[in-house]
Design a protein around this ligand. Sequence first.
Ligand SMILES: C[S@@+](CC[C@H](N)C(=O)[O-])C[C@H]1O[C@@H](n2cnc3c(N)ncnc32)[C@H](O)[C@@H]1O
Length: 272
Amino acid sequence: MRPNVFRAFCDLAYEQAGIRLGDEKLALVSARIGKRLRALNLTDETQYLEVLRQDKGGEELVEFLDVISTNFTSFFREPAHFDRLIADLTPALERGQTSFRIWCAASSSGEEPYTIALVLAELFGSRNVDWRVLCTDISTKVLAMAKRARYREQQLKTVRKDLVSKYFRKVRKDDGDEDQYDVTPELKAHLTFARLNLAQPPYPMRGPFDAVLCRNVMIYFDAPIRQGLVHEMERLVKPGGLVFVGHAETLSGLKTSLDVVVPSVYRRPEGS
Ligand SMILES: C[S@@+](CC[C@H](N)C(=O)[O-])C[C@H]1O[C@@H](n2cnc3c(N)ncnc32)[C@H](O)[C@@H]1O
């Protein structure tokens, strides 16, 4: 791929999703865009740029963002966060709070929000609690996978067996000989899905959320986009609520009123 064409794709990724692609990504982007050219029967990358620029419905833009960004996720990824979330919500539950709202920004194909749902369902048990997890992502493709909520046995290897038995149902094998599992409708009913571009604040939600998980996505953004995102997370989380970012991410260097609890976990001060 010619450097000027690569730069045009980089500019598009930044304008559309706040994603910064460094020069070291040239080979990767070039290989991945090659796949889209073959899928669309195009012969040349500049034709593909034109398709993206004319893409009013946004479907090919989603494909483009999918090929240049990674949707990698897993159940119980960075597991200490879920222990901390539960430890943090438990006192409120014991004080009699009966309604909880969690926002999972960049929820990808659902493994993260269903992990949240699993631990919350275990925490609340048979108590009469109204709880919901809002799941947002820029990619309609991963949101559709999350809504479908079907996972291969291999993807569930980080989920405790008793939780798999309780919150998943085995379905017929339709992918080679690997078993697949559906999340139970009862658990699924607590999740809401919406497309949201984190690079375009302000977001339409009013909040407040008891906790916000925004993990492993800030890493793609530069400082101005991160700043806008942090500002929105501060607005949307309740005073006293936790904000989680990925283990490799930090808010240091950004203007924020959030206090550091431990690296990658922040708290909005009470009374703020
Ligand atoms: C590496 S995955 C992380 C998934 C999950 N949060 C986790 O930690 O396992 C990054 C996700 O961010 C999403 N994403 C990338 N840019 C975004 C943007 N501008 N707004 C919202 N989501 C975005 C991608 O579609 C992808 O699903």
